[in-house]
Design a protein around this ligand. Structure first.
Ligand SMILES: C[S@@+](CC[C@H](N)C(=O)[O-])C[C@H]1O[C@@H](n2cnc3c(N)ncnc32)[C@H](O)[C@@H]1O
Length: 275
């Protein structure tokens, strides 16, 4: 299904961003939840850092971001650990990766570079905690799962236990502010089964995720650099918004599209040395 021709090896090596964006733009919407500008910003942030030998990348919430992370893992002989409760998505993405990246890196084996765990990222027994058991040190994490502060901060604290001395922490939907439950998503599900929306209680709304993550990192690391990422320069002209306009307008009517503080939809920090 994804058996397209993406150019010669040399053309792809000379312009990997074009290759990666081509793969993303042919994804179905259910696997493609981040704007192109965010996808490329994730690429830029990683390509600008100096990675150790066999780096470890972590992702919660699979999709387009998986392609960027797998690209770096395959290229650098590293590994990506992805947590997602949706096994269909993981299996679909593996077939996309097989028909794209793995055609380019024909001598490599995806199973050595992409480990996915079809389970809750915060499980005590098979969640992010297992990285400690496995003896892994993480260079980059991209957190994009449930979009509640409680889930995000638990993921973050588990990740911080296993970060390398210098690492990147990146998040999606940093402009969200739900604390315990993602009301917009719940109401979308309720709408589809003909139930009325729930109303948000004030104690479910906190500060924006990006502010909470920023404070947590400052409290826990000796050096924290807030990265001025390329998403902030490019999101306003991103064709992703107009291409998916009809879907996004419907999402906006259900409050799933947070248009406030959109420049913080993606945020990334470079952190060094745990306090
Ligand atoms: C917004 S999507 C991820 C988008 C993806 N990063 C991309 O670039 O397209 C969120 C994903 O998180 C998964 N998810 C939600 N809560 C989770 C949890 N606690 N643990 C693991 N996966 C979770 C969902 O199944 C969904 O596939």
């Amino acid at each position: 299904m994804y058996d397209f021709y993406f150019g010669t090896k040399e053309e792809i090596d000379n312009d990997p961003k074009k290759f990666l964006l081509t793969i993303k733009r042919m994804l179905p919407r259910w696997c493609n939840s981040i704007p192109d500008s965010e996808y490329l910003a994730l690429y830029d942030v990683i390509s600008e850092m100096s990675l150790p030998d066999k780096p470890v990348f972590v992702e919660t919430g699979s999709g387009a971001s998986t392609i960027v992370l797998c690209y770096f893992a395959i290229k650098t002989d590293g590994e990506v650990f992805t947590w997602d409760i949706n096994g269909c998505k993981l299996s679909y993405l593996r077939s996309v990766l097989n028909d794209t990246l793995m055609r380019h890196y024909v001598e490599k084996n995806i199973n050595k570079h992409w480990k996915y765990i079809t389970f809750n990222s915060n499980s005590d027994f098979v969640g992010i905690n297992i990285l400690k058991e496995l003896g892994k040190n993480v260079s980059v994490c991209f957190l994009d799962s449930e979009h509640t502060l409680n889930t995000l901060m638990k993921e973050l604290s588990s990740i911080c236990e296993v970060l390398n001395d210098t690492a990147i922490v990146a998040i999606d939907d940093g402009n969200y502010s739900y604390i315990a439950h993602n009301t917009a998503y719940i109401n979308m599900v309720r709408k589809k089964i003909g139930l009325p929306p729930i109303t948000d209680s004030p104690d479910n709304i906190g500060r924006n995720f990006w502010k909470e993550v920023n404070n947590y990192l400052i409290d826990n690391f000796k050096e924290v650099e807030y990265i001025k990422d390329s998403y902030k320069d490019n999101y306003q002209t991103d064709i992703f918004w107009s291409y998916y306009k009809s879907d996004r307008d419907t999402m906006a009517n259900l409050s799933m599209e947070k248009t406030d503080d959109l420049e913080h939809r993606f945020d990334a920090w470079k952190v060094s040395i745990r306090k």
